[in-house]
Design a protein around this ligand. Structure first.
Ligand code: ATP
Ligand code: MG
Length: 229
C-alpha cells in the first residue's frame, strides 16, 4: 500500500488517544480510529523543526521500508501506509511494551515465539538493531510477543557481497542476543546452560555500537533541537 489518502485534518479528528506527544527528536504517537480500524500514527511533523526536516523523513522512509518487507509476518504490525514524508500509519497492537511488564509475567512460549519472529525478520533481510530498548518488544493482550519501532533497522539488500553479509550477520547476532537479555531480566529461571554461555560472550559490536549509538543520539539532540534534552 502506497501513500494513504488520509489528511492531517482527518487524523486530528479521528485521534482517540496519544501514546506520546512530539517533543525534540521524538514523534507524535497517536492512536487513531478510522472506520472500524484502530491505527497507530507515528508523526514527526510537530517534532523540533530542524529534526523534522532533516531526520524525520529518513526515519519514516526506513520504517516504511522495513514494514513493507515484513508484511504478513505474525508479530509485526502491518503497515497501513505512508501518510507523507513525516508520518506513517500502522496496525495498532493491543498490549504493553516490556518496560511496563513485571518479571514473571512472560511464559516460556513467549521467548520461542519472539525468536520465531526475529528469525522470519532476518530471513526477509531486515535486522532490527534496537531490540534492547525495552519498549520495542511488546506483550500483546493475547499473550504473544510483538516487535515495533524499525527506525534503526538495517537492510541486507541484494547481492552477496561477503563483507555486507558479515556486517548484517553481526546485527542478526545482536538481535538474537536481545532475546536472551529479555529472558535474563524477565524470566532468569528459564535460562538454559546454552543461553548462559551465549550471554557470557560479548557481542562483537557491543561496545562500539553502544558508543556510537549514545553519541549520535546526544549529538543529533544537541545540533538539531533548540533545547538540550
Ligand atoms: N503498532 C503499535 N501498536 C501498539 N503500540 C505501539 C505500536 N507502535 C508503538 N507502540 C508503543 O509506543 C511505544 C513507542 O513506539 P516507538 O518505539 O515506535 O517510538 P519511538 O519514537 O522510537 O520511541 P522510543 O524512543 O521510546 O523507542 C512503544 O514502546 C509501544 O509501547
Ligand atoms: Mg522505540
Amino acid at each position: 500500500m502506497e501513500s494513504l489518502a488520509i489528511t492531517r485534518e482527518t487524523i486530528e479528528q479521528s485521534t482517540i488517544d496519544y501514546y506520546r506527544t512530539a517533543c525534540g527528536t521524538r514523534p507524535d504517537l497517536r492512536v487513531v480510529r478510522m472506520d472500524s480500524r484502530v491505527l497507530i500514527v507515528k508523526d514527526f511533523f510537530r517534532s523540533d523543526p530542524l529534526f523534522r526536516r532533516l531526520v524525520g523523513p529518513i526515519l519514516i522512509r526506513r520504517e516504511v521500508g522495513a514494514l513493507r518487507k515484513l508484511a504478513g509476518v505474525d508479530g509485526i504490525p502491518q503497515l497501513v501506509g505512508k501518510i507523507d514524508r513525516y508520518a506513517l500509519a500502522m496496525e495498532h497492537i493491543p498490549g504493553r511494551g516490556l518496560n511496563n511488564v513485571q518479571p514473571g509475567e512472560l511464559h516460556p512460549e513467549f521467548y520461542v515465539e519472539l525468536r520465531r519472529i526475529i528469525d522470519e525478520m532476518h530471513a526477509r533481510g531486515v535486522a532490527h538493531c534496537d531490540l534492547r530498548s525495552r519498549g520495542n518488544v511488546m506483550l500483546g493482550d493475547d499473550g504473544r510477543p510483538y516487535i515495533v519501532d524499525f527506525a534503526a533497522c538495517v537492510f541486507l539488500g541484494r547481492g552477496i557481497n561477503p563483507l555486507i553479509r558479515w556486517v548484517f550477520n553481526q546485527f542478526v547476532l545482536a538481535d538474537q542476543n536481545a532475546v536472551l537479555l529479555v529472558k535474563q531480566r524477565m524470566s532468569p529461571e528459564l535460562l538454559t546452560d546454552e543461553d548462559k554461555t551465549a550471554l557470557s560472550q560479548q557481542m562483537p559490536f557491543e561496545r562500539p555500537a553502544k558508543f556510537i549509538g549514545e553519541n549520535v543520539r546526544r549529538l543529533t539532540r544537541r545540533l538539531l533541537t533548540r533545547q538540550n534534552r
